[in-house]
Design a protein. Structure first.
Length: 304
């Protein structure tokens, strides 16, 4: 089928099946274009709660679909591509958490939403890049075991000198591929551009930033800023929304095409197939759902 025909089929199937399509900012432009709503991890995890649609087609990686299912166990959550996964989500083990709980009495396990459901189930609270700082600052605990992303954890720690952080060695391969040298070269090439950095980047990149924030935070900052040029230090899929909202501004991606191959697995054809077949349903056991939901609900309560 031609692209236009695929889009028409998708719209027809959505109405027939009472379905809605959610997409992350990092998926392909064509998928963002046909999605009903596009957002970052926090927005998407919160958005599903109040929707009347019974079927959710999730254009993102697996942990996002799991989060949606945990918060909405009675809805059918379909992954547009079953192989779209986040390597960072599997960089921490259950035993890592148990060891830290045995070692520290006053410990809060703070789990980045980019993690598997079984890890959320052993955590005290989930966070996203947009609310991690607010949530950690709100916790009464002195000791914070921040999992799995080392870089986001160190950024939050730099803003919370009164807390004792225990870091894990997880990371995002896309954001760690953006180096200090990449940014310095871009600054030299575009001296009038502001540097906008995602906190999954390393600290030496973060120190060069004019603004540090989540994917949605970067979009909002660029949209509200009087500056006309921006160096963007995150996954290049964000450029679609940045250009949609700011057609007269200029955006430069840093380094050698920083993109997530898992997010880019999702295509219009796969979205259409997911609607037709309702394959790739997200399944989370009742035991894990109950425990993981507590950590996600805590996130929404503290971050609101």
């Amino acid at each position: 089928m031609e692209q236009q025909e695929i889009k028409e089929t998708i719209n027809k199937l959505k109405k027939e099946k009472n379905a809605i399509i959610l997409a992350h900012y990092y998926v392909d432009d064509s998928v963002q274009e046909i999605a009903d709503f596009v957002g970052d991890s926090y927005y998407l995890s919160k958005f599903v709660l109040d929707r009347k649609e019974t079927i959710i087609i999730f254009c993102g990686v697996h942990f996002m679909g799991e989060s949606a299912k945990i918060l909405n166990p009675n809805k059918t959550i379909i992954m547009a591509d079953k192989n779209a996964d986040c390597p960072m989500a599997h960089m921490v083990e259950e035993e890592d958490i148990r060891k830290m709980r045995a070692q520290y009495e006053d410990l809060a396990v703070v789990c980045y939403i980019n993690s598997a459901a079984k890890i959320k189930a052993l955590s005290d609270v989930c966070v996203t890049s947009s609310n991690a700082l607010k949530i950690v600052q709100s916790l009464p605990n002195k000791n914070i075991f921040f999992i799995p992303d080392n870089n986001l954890g160190k950024y939050v720690a730099s803003k919370c000198p009164d807390k004792n952080f225990i870091f894990h060695d997880g990371f995002c391969h896309v954001h760690t591929s953006i180096t200090k040298d990449n940014v310095l070269k871009a600054k030299e090439a575009y001296p009038n551009a502001q540097v906008l950095v995602h906190p999954e980047c390393t600290m030496d990149v973060i120190t060069l930033a004019d603004y540090v924030g989540s994917t949605s935070g970067i979009i909002d900052y660029a949209t509200e800023s009087n500056c006309e040029r921006f160096i963007i230090c995150t996954e290049m899929g964000i450029l679609y929304e940045l250009k949609q909202k700011n057609p007269h501004k200029t955006f430069y991606s840093v380094g050698h095409r920083p993109f997530c191959p898992n997010m880019k697995l999702i295509s219009l054809e796969k979205v259409c197939h997911a609607l037709e077949s309702l394959e790739n349903q997200v399944i989370v056991t009742e035991e894990v759902t109950i425990k993981a939901k507590a950590a996600l609900v805590n996130m929404h309560l503290i971050a609101q």
